[in-house]
Design a binder for this molecule. Structure first.
Ligand code: ADP
Ligand code: MG
Length: 698
């Protein structure tokens, strides 16, 4: 027969028996639309129903099949009425305990009846027991078979039961057995050799129905060679997609800007400080990129306070000196305003026109900026994501600078690049982040970017002494604030809340501000949060900067970028609710001047062991990279990179933390495969990224 086999990726789940529109829709919620998706929907864990365990050898926590004879069944009237059934098998006995039971059920559980049960062994008041086990009566004349493979437990969704899913998987595996070509192998033999369980179809079948002797501990942790085989392939697909995005990018034309220009020299001469060697190095890397006629894609990582802003200003000058425009995008208005102030101070004296554009700018002033950007009168425009609203059209955008990029997704980054994409020219992109991303993670999440690291802080910075203190000692903390501020220093008091609701956060900050103002009448206390009006916020921040406010009560809106060197004390309420990286960022608001700075992490007791450990890390180190690595290990990449970013990475099987050891090899394999078999590479991307491929295409 000639009919070409359709790939399982092209077979919708509706080809299976029992799957109609309703179930298909529910499966779609699990990201499952094709038979291939179904096969990649791996069990979370397994049960061993392949053998009957002797009761005498059971231990608490075992999930097992047992078989025995009932020697006692009675209803106990304790605190809760329960049916207790004692089961023995010659090696030992245990109780089956039922809190809910029907009369019929009770009547079937008489002395002498043989049962086969599956359940978890727990310790009861007098002996081991199983609570509400699954059970079946056994006819001694007709012994019943056990399962031949471990029983998979799948992640489910409402309306699709475990058993349904198991049934569908069964059908799909049979399908795969009939048509193994439906799941073709795209990994070359050279890579497959690395895995004992090589073939894809074989691997998948193994994971849905592992043999009784499979290493369950490995399976549970995702480190079984069969799982690693799939993780490898998935990471490879992502890596290929990012590398091809990068390669496509390098075929695009960008304006080239000469490095040496008088503007740069003028700014350097006017700065009150010398650049650090690390800043010099990164400036040079950027300078070289901007001279090329292909668009720069560079990520600058530098801990809070490492001096990224001035580095980006120098990049801006190179583009402006070359006759182009620059857009600088920040994730919050507050931060955008601070950039506006810095850039104005540095660049206005050089005769550069600066524009300002955020979502709140309306009417005439907005029109004026739009006009200035379109005509080319404005050289540098600073703002928030409002910069890429539709009617913002640049006359000649040559460089886009994005600050604190982990707040922006890949898509926003690409959209902004599209903005400047005119007549085949694409602007250069410079991305700055204070979230130090562990190298392995950066290699995967940002494989399309070049990386520069500002790895030293400007001289004279002192580490922030950090204390972890219970909220019960609030009064002492308030006294510390009083002491610091009466000595002419300034302080932050940061309120956090677990609730997502911004309104509640703002309320908490308002309440705290009132209480603190009462407790500290001699201090000038002010408040900023997300709902304070723009002009008011600006006024308060300026006042704090000018030293006219002693204590600034705020929500985490001050997280990024705000720079007030005289502030030397920060109190963070409920730090246990925030991620380490975020706390590190917050703390970075102090320690910017030359005096010793302090940070008080004022937690709400009791503190979990994990939270205690996390806060201790913060107390013990000020190294952003160490903190990021810990955060990654304790909370996973989603939290470290920002959910939007990893949302787009959506790994089904691989795990960036668990599998970081294979990332180097994955990188090498991706490069090799793109060279040697681009067709296979493309198929892999299609298999694992599917529709999401467009993000790789943009
Ligand atoms: P971040 O990397 O967190 O964005 P900033 O660019 O805001 O850091 O810099 C923090 C502070 O350090 C600013 O006040 C800035 O002017 C100052 N600064 C930057 N570079 C140097 C340097 N080489 N020497 C001294 N101070 C510097
Ligand atoms: Mg900054």
């Amino acid at each position: 027969m000639e009919s070409a086999t359709k790939s399982l990726a092209e077979q919708p789940v509706t080809v299976l028996k029992g799957v109609g529109a309703r179930i298909a829709e529910k499966l779609a919620r699990l990201g499952i639309t094709s038979l291939q998706d179904l096969l990649f929907h791996l069990p979370l864990r397994y049960q061993d129903r392949t053998r009957i365990q002797p009761i005498g050898g059971l231990r608490r926590g075992d999930q097992v099949v047992i078989e025995g004879e009932i020697d006692l069944a009675e209803i106990k009237f304790g605190r809760r009425r329960s049916l207790m059934v004692h089961l023995s098998d010659g090696t030992g006995g245990l109780f089956l305990r039922f809190f809910h039971f029907s009369n019929a059920q009770r009547e079937g559980l008489n002395r002498g009846v043989r049962l086969r049960c599956f359940g978890e062994v727990r310790s009861g008041p007098n002996s081991l027991e199983m609570v509400h086990p699954e059970y079946q009566r056994i006819d001694p004349d007709q012994p019943m078979a056990v399962e031949h493979s471990l029983t998979p437990i799948y992640p489910t969704t409402e309306g699709v039961h475990q058993l349904t899913l198991r049934g569908l998987m069964q059908q799909t595996l049979e399908w795969l057995q009939r048509e193994p070509e439906g799941l073709p192998e795209w990994l070359p033999a050279s890579l497959l050799g690395r895995f004992p369980q090589a073939g894809l179809a074989e691997t998948v079948a193994y994971l849905h129905a592992p043999p009784p002797d499979a290493d369950q501990r490995q399976l549970l942790s995702g480190t079984h060679p069969a799982q690693q085989r799939l993780s490898f392939e998935e990471l490879l697909a992502h890596q290929i997609s990012l590398l091809s995005m990068r390669a496509r990018h390098q075929r695009i034309a960008a304006p080239s800007f000469a490095a040496d220009n008088r503007l740069k020299q003028a700014l350097l001469a006017a700065l009150p400080f010398e650049l650090t060697p690390a800043q010099h190095r990164v400036v040079e890397e950027i300078e070289q990129d901007l001279q090329l006629a292909t668009p720069m894609q560079r990520l600058v990582q530098g801990d809070v306070g490492s001096g990224k802003t001035v580095v980006s200003a120098l990049a801006a000058l190179q583009a402006i000196g070359g006759g182009s425009q620059v857009a600088l995008m920040a994730p919050t208005e507050l931060l955008a305003e601070q950039h506006l102030r810095n850039f104005s101070q540095w660049l206005l004296p050089l005769g550069i026109e600066i524009g300002w554009l955020t979502g709140r700018l309306k009417g005439r002033p907005r029109e004026a900026v739009i006009e200035g950007v379109a005509s080319g009168r404005i050289h540098l425009v600073v703002g928030t994501h409002a910069l890429f609203q539709q009617d913002v059209v640049f006359s000649d955008l040559g460089l886009v600078i994005i600050d604190e990029q982990h707040r922006f997704g890949v898509h926003q980054r690409l959209a902004l690049r599209e903005k400047g994409n005119r007549e085949g020219h694409t602007p250069h992109q410079l991305i700055m982040t204070a979230t130090p991303i562990p190298r392995t993670l950066a290699m995967t999440a940002y494989a399309d970017l070049d990386l520069s690291v500002i790895d030293t802080l400007p001289p004279g910075r002192r580490p922030v002494a950090t204390a972890v203190i219970s909220e019960q000692r609030r009064d002492e903390v308030v006294e510390r604030v009083r002491a610091a501020c009466t000595q002419g220093r300034q302080a932050y008091w940061v309120c956090t809340l677990i609730e997502e609701s911004e309104a509640l956060q703002c309320q908490a900050a308002e309440d705290t501000e009132k209480l603190l103002a009462e407790a500290l009448p001699e201090l000038r206390v002010a408040l900023v949060h997300g709902r304070v009006k723009q002009e008011e916020k600006e006024r308060v921040m300026q006042a704090f900067k000018d030293g006219a406010v002693d204590l600034l009560v705020a929500t985490t809106v001050i997280e990024v970028g705000v720079d007030v060197p005289n502030a030397s004390l920060m109190i963070i309420e409920n730090p246990e609710r925030l991620g380490l990286a975020q706390l590190h960022q917050l703390r970075g608001r102090v320690g910017r001047g030359s005096t010793e700075s302090h940070c008080v992490l004022m937690y709400h007791p009791p503190l979990s062991a994990n939270a205690k450990q996390r806060l201790a890390i913060l107390r013990e180190t000020g190294d952003g990279f160490v903190i990021a690595q810990m955060d990654l290990e304790m909370r996973g990449p989603g939290e470290v990179l920002g959910t939007r970013q990893t949302g787009e990475m959506q790994l089904r099987i691989a795990d960036l933390v668990r599998d970081q050891g294979m990332l180097e090899e994955v990188r090498g394999a991706a490069e090799m495969l793109l060279q040697s078999d681009p067709r296979a590479a493309a198929h892999l991307v299609k298999r694992w990224l599917g529709e999401r491929v467009d993000y790789a295409k943009a």
